[in-house]
Design a protein around this ligand. Structure first.
Ligand code: ADP
Length: 299
C-alpha cells in the first residue's frame, strides 16, 4: 500500500501540487489522469525520490518513503533515458548495476527482463538502431531490473506504434498478475479506462476526484443517446432530455435511455421523419473529467 498525505510542491509561485492525498492499493493498476501541467510528473518524481523538497508525507508499506524504501520502486520516465551507444543488454546491465546487482544475478535478471520486454532477438544490437517503440520497451525493462514492487510509469506510450503499445499493455497485465502495483500517468484516458482499476483525476495540482473506474463511471456518467434524422429538429426531441448539437445530429442525456429511444422512434414514425441514426452512447471517463474540471485532457 502506498499512501500520499497532504503532499504539496511549489516552483516559485507556481503550485505544482497542493495538499494532494491518495491511497494506492497493493496489486492494483492506478491511473493518474490530467492534462499537461496538471502535476502528474511532479507527483511521480516525488514518489520516485527524484524530488525531495516537498511538504507532506509519502508512505510505502507503513514506512515513510526513504532511501531504503526506494528499492521497492521502479520509475519509467516520460523522456527515454538510455545509452544509445550500448546494446539492449548493455543498458540492462548498466541499470542493474546502478541498483546494486552484479555477477550471475545481474546476467540472469537481464535475460529475464529481455524476455519480458520481447527484445531477446535484438539483445546485442545498439539502441541507436531501435524504433521508438523498442526504446520505450527497453526503458521499461531498465526500471524492472531490480524487481520493484511498485512500477511508476510516466506517459509510457507517447509516440509509439500500436504493436509496442500492445506489448506494454500485456506487460502491465503480467506485472499485475504477479502481484505488482502499477502507477500509470497518462493524458490518454482511453488507455487508463482499459488498464486501470482505480484512477485519480488531477487538475491544476489538485485531486478533483478519485476511486474505482467502474464506480466513477456508474456515479457520474449519465447515459446519452446520439440521433440524426431527416428532418429532425431540436423541437422534436427537447422534451425528452438535455439536448446539444453534435456531429450533424443531436446528443441527448437522460436517465431513462431505453424509454426515450422508444419515444423518439414513435415520434419519428408519427411525424414522417427519416431516423438515420439512433445510438446509446456509453459513458466515458473523459466526459466525467471534463464535467468535473471544465478542462480538456488534450491540448
Ligand atoms: P504534468 O506531468 O501533469 O504535465 P507537471 O508535474 O510536469 O505536470 O507540472 C505541474 C506544474 O509545475 C506546471 O505548471 C509546470 O509548468 C510546473 N513545473 C514542473 N516542473 C517545473 C520546474 N522544473 N520548474 C518550474 N516549474 C515546473
Amino acid at each position: 500500500m502506498l499512501k500520499i498525505k497532504n503532499v504539496s510542491k511549489y516552483y516559485g509561485k507556481t503550485t505544482a501540487l497542493g495538499e494532494v492525498s491518495l491511497r494506492i492499493p497493493k496489486g492494483s493498476c492506478y491511473g493518474l489522469v490530467g492534462p499537461n501541467g496538471a502535476g502528474k510528473s511532479t507527483l511521480i518524481k516525488i514518489l520516485s525520490s527524484i524530488i525531495h523538497d516537498y511538504t507532506g508525507e509519502a508512505i510505502v508499506d507503513n514506512k515513510a518513503l526513504t532511501h531504503e524504501q526506494k528499492g521497492k520502486i521502479g520509475y519509467v520516465p516520460q523522456d527515454i533515458c538510455l545509452e544509445e551507444g550500448l546494446s539492449a543488454i548493455g543498458n540492462l546491465y548498466l541499470f542493474g548495476k546502478l541498483y546494486g546487482l552484479n555477477g550471475k544475478k545481474l546476467k540472469l535478471r537481464a535475460l529475464e527482463v529481455l524476455k519480458q520486454i520481447d527484445l531477446e532477438n535484438r539483445a546485442k544490437d545498439k539502441v541507436s538502431t531501435f524504433s521508438g517503440g523498442m526504446k520505450r520497451r527497453l526503458n521499461i525493462g531498465c526500471s524492472l531490473m531490480h524487481n520493484p514492487d511498485i512500477l511508476i510509469m510516466d506517459e509510457p506510450t507517447v509516440g509509439i506504434d500500436p504493436q509496442s503499445r500492445n506489448y506494454i499493455f500485456q506487460m502491465i497485465s503480467e506485472i499485475k498478475n504477479d502481484g505488482g502495483t502499477i502507477i500509470y500517468a497518462s493524458h490518454y484516458i482511453d488507455e487508463v479506462e482499459v488498464l486501470c482499476d482505480e484512477v485519480a483525476f488531477i487538475d491544476k495540482g489538485e485531486v478533483v476526484e478519485n476511486g474505482s473506474v467502474d464506480e466513477l463511471l456508474k456515479r457520474y456518467a449519465t447515459p446519452s443517446i446520439f440521433m440524426k434524422g431527416n428532418p429532425l429538429t431540436l423541437n422534436d426531441i427537447k422534451q425528452y432530455g438535455d439536448v446539444s448539437a453534435k456531429k450533424g445530429g443531436y446528443m441527448l442525456t437522460t436517465n431513462e435511455p431505453l424509454q426515450v429511444m422508444e419515444n423518439i422512434i414513435a415520434h419519428c414514425r408519427n411525424h414522417v421523419i427519416d431516423l438515420e441514426r439512433l445510438e446509446l452512447v456509453q459513458p466515458r471517463l473523459e466526459d466525467i473529467f471534463f464535467s468535473l474540471t471544465g478542462s480538456e485532457l488534450r491540448d
